[in-house]
Design a binder for this molecule. Structure first.
Ligand code: PRP
Ligand code: URA
Length: 207
């Protein structure tokens, strides 16, 4: 079974509480998402491989390390775009792919409407989508990345529901999931509760 990690950091709790607050508007939403995203990305890349690198400090030679794997950031449109800057802030050399997924309001099934992925071989793919609710969109996104050749994949979200985590672990047992919170349940509209509402609408002010 894949690992499921919930961030354990006071700053993550503070940022997420402000995202949950119904009075937080889009401008703050974007900057809070970007800041929380950085913490998530650090956690999701904790196990990136490194190789030795020799440098000279002003005083003496030093045997350090450098990253041995590049990153591909893959935001799931639309809401995943809110987490893209967090990846690029920390890994400016990351290449970027996009997957468009939209959840049907009645069936809650995802529909894919856009895909543009760079070469994935030899790179860690970070699929970023803030909400893991039923897990339909996240699982479909990861399946797409695997079919495109992705072998080293992590899924980064802000809030996960138990149903979404279970689905990811059943359908992609090789893909770790990193979240800022595991919430209680889904409601009858497949929204996460307590949750934070519709992430994309709050991020872009389209409520
Ligand atoms: C949201 C969210 C996920 C999906 C999660 O996207 O960003 O992609 O719902 O739900 P699921 O786990 O049940 O599939 P939405 O379809 O609202 O599209 P948007 O990002 O364009 O707002
Ligand atoms: N998508 C959202 O934006 N929020 C939810 O609670 C579930 C799916």
């Amino acid at each position: 079974m894949s690992s499921f990690t919930v961030l354990d950091h006071p700053l993550a709790g503070d940022l997420l509480t402000r995202l949950r607050d119904k009075d937080t508007g889009p401008a703050d939403y974007r900057s809070l998402t970007r800041r929380l995203g950085r913490l998530l990305v650090i956690e999701a890349t904790r196990d990136l491989p490194t190789r030795p690198r020799e440098v000279d400090t002003p005083l003496e030679p030093f045997r350090g390390t450098e990253l041995a794997t590049g990153l591909v950031a893959i935001p799931v449109l639309r809401a995943g775009l809110g987490l893209l800057d967090a990846v690029v802030d920390l890994y400016p050399d990351a290449v970027v792919g996009y997957l468009g997924m939209e959840r049907d309001e009645d069936t809650h099934e995802p529909r894919d409407y856009y895909a543009k992925l760079p070469p994935l071989q030899g790179r860690r793919a970070l699929v970023v989508d803030p909400m893991l609710a039923t897990g339909g969109s996240g699982s479909a996104a990861v399946r797409y990345v695997k079919e495109a050749g992705g072998r080293d994949i992590a899924f980064v979200c802000v809030v996960a529901a138990p149903e979404g985590v279970a689905r990811m672990q059943a359908e992609h047992p090789d893909v770790p999931v990193i979240a800022a919170a595991l919430d209680r349940q889904l409601n009858e509209h497949a929204y996460i509760v307590p949750g934070l509402g519709d992430f994309g609408d709050r991020l872009y002010g389209t409520l």
